[in-house]
Design a protein around this ligand. Structure first.
Ligand code: SAH
Ligand code: SF4
Length: 394
């Protein structure tokens, strides 16, 4: 398809359906390993409620057992069947013979001077990802930044993760497992109820990988996280960041209804084609149209446009003016992210003045334009610095 055709052709439902099917088929090629351990037991983490009930039926147990297990796993956070007080001992033993309640292994744990914490989590096949906890500096709350893939196919030019080839997608268990293991580190079990303050109070899908290229596992994990009888984090406390996988944006909005963040980073296709190569497939006009369609966007639930500030590339006053024209009418805020360097990166971050000028133009147009303070830079935990393999390593 030529660029001109691409820009003019409004995606009909039929076309979108075909595009979605292609994206899901590609995701399946990078499927995670099964939930079976080396000793034949199966990990219960990551199963949907229905799958958990089916697992109980398979061993001849009643459906209410699944409800009990769900509570122990996601509300109490236990990893040992022996702790399940309302289940009789013989059944606990039977469960322990067949199943496990897994966590990723903590392969590294770094604490930044600003309290940001980065963990390297290793999974059963020895693949690993990084997960970051970013505590609020003034209040007892904070965001957990989850990874969705080992590596990324998209190679955005300013992103460290983009230099790590995609090895595979993460399973729902591995996505929810990052959050649960991070909660273990802070002892935040049982899951706080309702509006009780939480240290780990929000989830941002902004770690390694493109979540909409691993949609099914991400969606399954988020449904587990949002379940009110378990972790119980509301969709308002979850933000999914995408570099612009347009056909999947509608589906995520309709099915999950989580907050959306869009990695815009440039306001002309010429620039975006280079720094976010996915733009050659879904250009700015298509991306903005998908944002306008995103269900649930309102003043209370604004779309976040992420904009990495790259000196001399995308940070002029003309760029800022073009940005506000592009997003005109969308309930939105613009998150300005000073570029975080990483070993081998070639860009420079914009000057403080350039960022202020840019922010002022956006704010004058009526949009919030917070400048994201880099967190955890000393441990390479800031946006775009994550990578779980070093060059040359297997
Ligand atoms: N793949 C998804 C989510 C992960 S990246 C996405 O691209 O949206 C989270 C955010 O950090 C994105 O907006 C990403 O573009 C931005 N980012 C990547 N590299 C960066 C860097 N070196 N400095 C600052 N932000 C960066
Ligand atoms: Fe992948 Fe996001 Fe990094 Fe782009 S910015 S390479 S989509 S992780």
């Amino acid at each position: 398809m030529t660029a001109a055709m691409r820009a003019d052709a409004p995606a009909t439902d039929g076309l979108d359906e075909a595009a979605r099917a292609r994206i899901l088929a590609k995701a399946a090629l990078f499927a995670p390993p099964s939930n079976e351990l080396a000793d034949g037991r199966r990990d219960l983490v990551g199963l949907s409620r229905e799958e958990l009930a089916a697992a109980m039926a398979e061993i001849g147990e009643q459906p209410f057992r699944a409800k009990q297990l769900w509570h122990w796993i996601y509300h109490q956070g236990v990893t040992d069947f022996a702790a399940m007080a309302n289940i009789a001992k013989p059944l606990r033993a039977k469960l322990a013979e067949r199943f496990a309640i897994g966590r990723p292994e903590v392969a590294a744990d770094h604490l930044s001077a600003d309290e940001t914490r980065k963990m390297l989590f290793r999974f059963r096949d020895h693949e690993a990802v990084e997960t970051v906890y970013i505590p609020d500096v003034t209040e007892d709350r904070g965001a957990v930044c989850l990874s969705s893939q080992v590596g990324c196919t998209l190679s955005c030019r300013f992103c460290h993760t983009g230099t790590q080839r995609l090895t595979r997608n993460l399973s729902a268990a591995e996505i929810v497992g990052q959050f649960m293991a991070m909660r273990d580190a802070y002892g935040e079990w049982p899951s706080p109820k309702g509006e009780t303050p939480r240290l780990l109070s929000t989830i941002v899908l902004m770690g390694m990988g493109e979540p909409l290229y691993n949609y099914e596992n991400v969606a399954k994990a988020m449904k587990i996280v949002m379940d009110g009888e378990g972790i119980g984090l509301s969709r308002r406390r979850i933000t999914l960041s995408t570099s612009g996988v347009v056909p999947m944006m509608d589906r995520a909005g309709a099915e999950l209804g989580v907050n959306l963040a869009v990695s815009l980073h440039a306001v002309t296709d010429d620039v975006r084609d280079v720094i976010v190569p996915l733009n050659r497939k879904y250009n700015i006009a298509e991306l903005i149209a998908a944002c306008r369609r995103y269900p649930g966007a309102s003043n209370a639930r604004r779309i976040t446009f992420e904009y990495v500030m790259l000196k001399g590339i995308n940070d002029s006053e003309a760029d800022a003016r073009r940005l506000v024209e592009l997003i005109d009418g969308i309930p939105a805020k613009v998150n300005l992210i000073p570029f975080n360097p990483w070993p081998g990166s070639t860009y420079e971050t914009s000057s403080g003045n350039a960022i202020r000028r840019f922010a002022n133009i956006v704010m004058d147009a009526g949009y919030a334009a917070p400048v994201r303070t880099p967190r955890g830079q000393d441990i390479l935990a800031a946006c775009g610095q994550l990578k779980s393999k070093v060059a040359g390593a297997a």
